[in-house]
Design a protein around this ligand. Structure first.
Ligand SMILES: Cc1cc2nc3c(=O)[nH]c(=O)nc-3n(C[C@H](O)[C@H](O)[C@H](O)COP(=O)(O)OP(=O)(O)OC[C@H]3O[C@@H](n4cnc5c(N)ncnc54)[C@H](O)[C@@H]3O)c2cc1C
Length: 406
């Protein structure tokens, strides 16, 4: 898959990242993780203390998949609202999902603080505003569900928003304690720590074929080397779909710009993460070196030429959308990108366990909170591998039942 195009920002924030060898021999292990992005790193993190022999391989350099275009707003509410998830999965399952996401965010925060390479994790509140006047009823309902289940939220109306920000909106939900980080540094830093603990890592090593036996699976690299494993985690991001088609998964094209550093954020209350009720939506955050990331304006295309031909226009449009909210902040795009962006039709990420692929697990944390979803799935997967089951598995399996289609 041609995952992304453009002038990428995150790799410029870490000069001389650690490097790892290509695989040049046949090897065996207990758990093979295909994918050295943030999700592969998270799986290895949870399995690191089990005594299992773990190998991570990646066909690119570590962190050079979607991890290095991820704009990394760390949130639990996603594109499908709590209200919509309740309609699809029932209140108990939807609430459990959001709670697992909140726990995963705390785990990401704690892990970030422990790494030798600091990934700049910062707690940030989020503002989720109404794009249209008529959305006010929806966010009132959404707020009441969130409040009932103990999430730290406030409902703001026009006057309160006007007192905090330079723009007028009818209403908003204000979320306390979401976050932001640098996903490339997080992944490179975490894999470095895991490698120091003895987990073997191979870069620029591509998997092409496999041979499945009763008790072991052998995957082959393009150079013809074999990796025999008892369990295989396919943490290949959107390229999991090259390993197995999944009808609930969707791929669209998305865009982002990263601006020049800004000196004065006085008008941007608390440097909150900002997004809106429109779908597709525009979102924004700030970075540790005072840049602004603005993203969104998704297009429903999977064709790379169509995706990339719109980039020039989209980068101007994103700046325009930003200045509609903050006319006093003068910015220009220093970095910009177009990228594939995965989601699911029903709004929940997928842990894929398929009949024809025994002891293989596809980690598809697809959706706008992909990083958080992958952390949730990685934790569940640890139990599935070491104990055979986790009580939350059924929420995320690809076979989950849906009450009402959205
Ligand atoms: C523009 C954009 C904005 C986003 N914004 C957010 C956000 O604000 N918040 C959030 O939580 N999430 C966001 N996401 C989602 C987030 O980026 C992803 O969920 C996350 O980075 C995926 O990490 P990953 O490790 O699963 O995938 P990747 O980083 O793509 O890693 C998978 C790895 O598998 C390797 N691989 C694939 N096939 C093979 C093979 N055959 N052999 C060997 N290796 C292979 C690839 O080289 C790759 O490095 C965003 C995504 C995009 C594109």
């Amino acid at each position: 898959m041609d995952l992304q195009t453009g002038k990428l920002y995150w790799p410029t924030t870490l000069l001389n990242p650690p490097t790892y060898n290509n695989l040049e021999e046949n090897i065996e292990c207990d758990v093979l993780i295909i994918g050295g992005g943030s999700s592969g790193a998270m799986c290895a993190h949870y399995l690191a203390d089990t005594g299992l022999d773990i190998v991570i391989i990646d066909k690119r350099r570590i962190g050079y998949g979607s991890t290095c275009t991820n704009t990394a707003l760390i949130q639990y509410l996603g594109e499908k609202t709590f209200t919509q998830l309740i309609n699809s999965f029932g209140e108990e399952n939807a609430a459990r999902h959001l709670k697992l996401c909140k726990e995963a965010m705390i785990e990401i925060e704690n892990l970030s603080k422990s790494l030798g390479i600091d990934p700049d994790f910062t707690l940030r509140d989020s503002l989720y505003y109404t794009s249209y006047k008529e959305d006010i009823k929806d966010i009132e309902k959404e707020y009441s569900f969130l409040d009932k289940h103990g999430f730290e939220v406030e409902l703001l109306y026009e006057n309160e928003i006007k007192n905090l920000y330079p723009f007028k909106k009818n209403g908003a939900i204000y979320f306390k304690n979401d976050g932001e980080l640098n996903p490339y540094k997080f992944t490179v830093g975490l894999i470095q720590e895991l490698n120091n603990k003895g987990i073997r890592v191979f870069e620029e090593t591509e998997i092409k074929g496999r041979d499945i036996e009763e008790k072991a699976i052998t995957y082959f690299t393009t150079k013809g080397h074999a990796i025999k494993a008892r369990h295989v985690i396919i943490a290949a991001g959107y390229e999991c779909l090259d390993f197995k088609r999944e009808k609930n998964a969707t791929i669209v094209s998305s865009y982002a710009v990263i601006t020049n550093p800004v000196e004065d954020f006085t008008s941007w209350y608390n440097r909150t993460l900002i997004w809106e009720t429109a779908r597709p939506y525009v979102y924004m955050r700030t970075t540790a070196d005072n840049r602004i990331i603005i993203g969104g304006l998704d297009e429903n295309t999977k064709y790379v030429e169509q995706r990339d031909s719109k980039l020039i226009n989209k980068k101007d449009k994103l700046i325009y959308e930003f200045n509609k909210l903050f006319p006093d902040i003068k910015v220009y795009p220093e970095f910009y990108l177009s990228a594939y962006y995965g989601g699911t039709h029903d709004g929940l990420p997928i842990l894929g366990i398929y009949d024809g692929l025994p002891n293989c697990y596809l980690l598809m944390g697809y959706g706008d909170n992909g990083m958080v979803y992958n952390m949730v799935l990685s934790k569940i997967l640890k139990d599935v591998i070491t104990k055979g089951y986790n009580e939350d598995l059924d929420i995320y399996l690809q076979t989950r039942p849906i009450l009402h289609k959205l």
